[in-house]
Design a protein around this ligand. Structure first.
Ligand code: SAM
Ligand code: SF4
Length: 431
């Protein structure tokens, strides 16, 4: 979402006559787009701010701004401790950028706008995308779920969906600029709802846009998954056989305390249903360890769910206390050493599961989208399966952006290795 928002801001800056540069010392405007999801993300931004403040001294006319969730969350702290920051804009205030840039010569440069909007979805603004394969397209903003650990509802505000028409226009625009894979984004992408329909309707519509070879989406919330959506995924070949389904924890008491609104059993039933509709579906997840009050037994319940599902991949986090959230006030916070130990055991287990999940593909023919030359050899390509796994194979007559049939021969670590299958060989295989 932040990559997209940065592209949106780049588009607004281009309208003001600016071009992008990779050389910070030659820039007249620097905006740092920030994330507040975990303390680590915030620390990174603080370090970055410290390391670039010297530029402001060298170039007093430089406009230096902080954008996004951290701007929203700690604007007072920024104003006080980082006086060299001129502009602080929350995620709903980017439309003000041209006006702010145009007033750059006026004396008092400090501009702060962190008001959250109930309506802003940047409906009519398209981002400045450099060429590529995958275009991120947000379909909604904000979140109403209020998981007790999460800062997003506070930094990004209430959930609102963008109109179907404007999404389709942006998809068509991306395709006309050479993008062939569309990744639909939302904090809870599948709670998308407008007068034009819900998320499954949107998927169906986008799937019919000419030139869209692949559609992905993230992140769906387990509570908003339904059989209609699974049916649509199964009916349309260009919707990837892949779901990122955040679990967070395997214990019902912890899930309840997190306000996740599903039980372990409901989650496992959902995985079962998904595999009934989409037998080869790759499933990835998010997991938090060391949530306040999590006992060793409750942590082991998370590992049990992992053993039952065998996720293809997992994004694993130590719980990070976010001031202002409900969980930050719980008095039974877990100490850092325990959190670290739980995370390390979790990662180790997931590594073995990723390999196991990858080995399931050996001997199968998978559709692979050719993305770029392999780093290891100029005679090889790297591509992606529908399940978002990297595949390395020898080059023949295919080109970047082709989708080709690859027989998977081996799996090592997080990569698959295979060889191209011609159409004739594929027909023989099928027959
Ligand atoms: N909306 C999605 C959902 O609820 O399933 C997830 C979006 S959230 C921005 C991305 C992930 O960050 C979450 O799934 C969670 O695992 C992690 N996360 C959020 N807040 C966190 C916190 N305070 N500490 C550690 N991880 C956190
Ligand atoms: Fe955060 Fe996702 Fe929960 Fe919303 S649903 S509060 S984005 S973790």
């Amino acid at each position: 979402m932040n990559v997209y928002d940065s592209q949106l801001v780049a588009g607004l800056l281009q309208q003001c006559g600016y071009n992008e540069t990779n050389d910070m010392s030659s820039a007249d405007v620097i905006f740092l787009n920030t994330c507040a999801i975990r303390e680590k993300a915030e620390e990174t931004v603080h370090n970055r701010l410290e390391s670039i403040q010297y530029l402001k001294k060298q170039k007093p006319h430089l406009i230096f701004g902080v954008l996004g969730c951290m701007a929203q969350n700690i604007k007072d702290d920024l104003l006080e401790s980082k006086p060299y920051v001129d502009v602080i804009l929350g995620p709903d205030s980017y439309r003000r950028i041209p006006e702010i840039i145009n007033s750059r010569n006026k004396k008092n440069m400090h501009k702060v706008d962190t008001r959250l909007s109930k309506f802003e979805v940047y409906e009519d603004l398209f981002p400045s995308r450099q060429g590529g394969i995958n275009a991120w397209i947000p379909i909604s903003r904000g979140c109403d779920k209020f998981c007790t650990f999460c800062i997003v509802p506070f930094t990004r505000g209430r959930e609102r969906s963008r109109s179907l028409d404007s999404i389709v226009r942006e998809v068509e625009d991306a395709v006309s600029n050479g993008f062939i894979e569309i990744s639909l984004l939302g904090q809870n992408v599948n709670s998308y709802r407008t007068e034009g329909g819900g998320f499954a309707d949107l998927l169906k519509t986008i799937s019919a846009v000419s030139g869209v070879k692949r559609i992905r989406f993230m992140s769906p919330h387990p509570q908003d998954m339904n059989e209609n959506l699974l049916q649509v995924m199964s009916d349309h070949d260009n919707i990837c056989n892949y779901i990122h389904l955040p679990l967070q924890a395997g214990s019902d008491r912890i899930l309840n305390r997190m306000n996740r609104t599903y039980t372990r059993c409901e989650y496992l039933n959902l995985v079962k249903k998904t595999r009934e509709y989409l037998p080869d579906c790759s499933i990835s997840t998010d997991i938090i360890v060391g949530f306040p009050g999590e006992t060793e037994e409750e942590y082991l319940e998370t590992l049990q769910v992992m053993e039952e599902v065998i996720f293809d991949r997992a994004f694993m986090f130590k719980y990070s206390s976010r001031p202002g959230t409900k969980a930050a006030e719980y008095t039974d916070q877990i100490n850092e050493a325990i959190k670290q130990n739980r995370l390390e055991r979790l990662i180790k287990l997931q590594h073995s599961h990723t390999l196991k999940a990858n080995l399931r593909h050996v001997g199968k023919i998978l559709k692979v989208l050719v993305e770029k030359g392999s780093k290891k050899s100029s005679f090889q390509w790297t591509g992606r399966t529908e399940g978002n796994m990297g595949v390395i194979f020898n080059k023949s007559d295919e080109k970047i952006k082709d989708i080709v049939d690859i027989l998977i021969n081996d799996a090592k670590g997080i990569s698959l290795f295979g060889s191209r299958i011609s159409e004739k060989e594929l027909m023989n295989e099928i027959n």
